[in-house]
Design a binder for this molecule. Structure first.
Ligand SMILES: NC(=O)c1ccc[n+]([C@@H]2O[C@H](COP(=O)([O-])OP(=O)(O)OC[C@H]3O[C@@H](n4cnc5c(N)ncnc54)[C@H](O)[C@@H]3O)[C@@H](O)[C@H]2O)c1
Length: 282
């Protein structure tokens, strides 16, 4: 690397978690942020610049591979991509299953493939999945065949499976299936990334106080009681904070996590343990 080559931080999605990650990880790096919301991009860029950071903004739709790949190329042209954090996504109430599959499932596959081309020794990609993946898997909505498909299908064929079709009984579980898909694609991609000396992992949050959770609680289709129930059933009996997600992301991106590759780190206050061992299911 030449003396003038910059180290690059990439953040996809600058809502509650992405913005907090950008602030924590920006020091000493050229920061590339992407979102399809100009409003969120501008607000985050302004706040980072006020801290003296060097920031590049791009309007990117992660559901569109070309859009992601162009963004990845622009970040790589600036310097060595050190750290990538992918937080862009929509919640279960944000749209119909088709939108959720396109953004949360295919979008993450687009990010993994688009940035793999620029992975070099030491590069890390951390994708935000969700504890909803565990709930959906425990509910029996993911057959072995669907699981294999989510892990191994090419990006182009990823949405092409009977269980992901509108007439499937599983169609409505789009959020949990997509998030399980994120964990699986990261797990399988750890081979390719690892051979380059790069690492890829997921973080699976429980309920976290960000605009997404707020919107979900207050929207007509949202379910305040469901969220409250999730909060009280997490062992810690409280909502998590964006900072607690950033702490996990910063750890996975650091040399402290140098042998962690293809893993899913739950940051859920104990929610997954409740789902598996204490809920009415057993
Ligand atoms: N907040 C929670 O309780 C919670 C819990 C579990 C998992 N998650 C997951 O964490 C991640 C981050 O969530 P958050 O709470 O920061 O949400 P948020 O809504 O605050 O931020 C998400 C950001 O992604 C952007 N985005 C959405 N679709 C996009 C697209 N197609 N292309 C580009 N940008 C897009 C939005 O504009 C927004 O800025 C999401 O994947 C979410 O599913 C959140």
């Amino acid at each position: 690397m030449s003396a003038t080559m910059k180290n690059v931080l990439v953040i996809l999605g600058v809502g509650g978690m992405g913005k907090a990650c950008a602030h924590r990880l920006a020091a000493g790096r050229s920061v590339f942020i992407a979102d399809y919301s100009k409003e969120n991009l501008d607000a985050t860029a302004e706040a980072l610049r006020a801290e003296g950071r060097l920031v590049h903004t791009s309007i990117v739709d992660i559901a569109d591979y070309e859009s992601v790949s162009k963004f990845a190329d622009s970040a790589a042209a600036e310097g060595r991509i050190e750290t990538i954090v992918h937080t862009a996504g929509v919640s279960p109430i944000a749209g119909d299953p088709k939108t959720i599959y396109a953004i949360d499932l295919l979008g993450t596959a687009n990010v993994i493939d688009g940035f793999y081309r620029h992975a070099t020794p030491g590069t890390t990609l951390t994708c935000i999945a969700s504890i909803a993946a565990q709930e959906t898997a425990l509910s029996g909505h993911i057959t072995p065949d669907l699981e294999k498909h989510l892990a191994t299908a090419s990006r182009e064929k990823l949405l092409d499976h009977p269980d992901l079709a509108p007439d499937s009984l599983r169609y409505e579980s789009s959020y949990g299936i997509s998030k399980r898909g994120n964990q699986l694609r990261v797990e399988i991609a750890s081979q390719q990334w690892g051979r380059r000396g790069a690492r890829i992992n997921t973080v699976s949050p429980g309920v976290i106080a960000t605009p997404m959770a707020q919107k979900e609680a207050s929207s007509a289709g949202g379910n305040q009681t469901f969220l409250e129930n999730m909060i009280v059933t997490a062992g810690l009996r409280r909502i998590g904070t964006a900072t607690e997600i950033v702490n996990a992301v910063a750890f996975l991106a650091s040399s402290e996590a140098s042998f962690i590759n293809g893993a899913d780190l739950r940051v859920d206050g104990g929610q997954a343990g409740w789902m598996r061992w204490h809920s009415k299911r057993i």
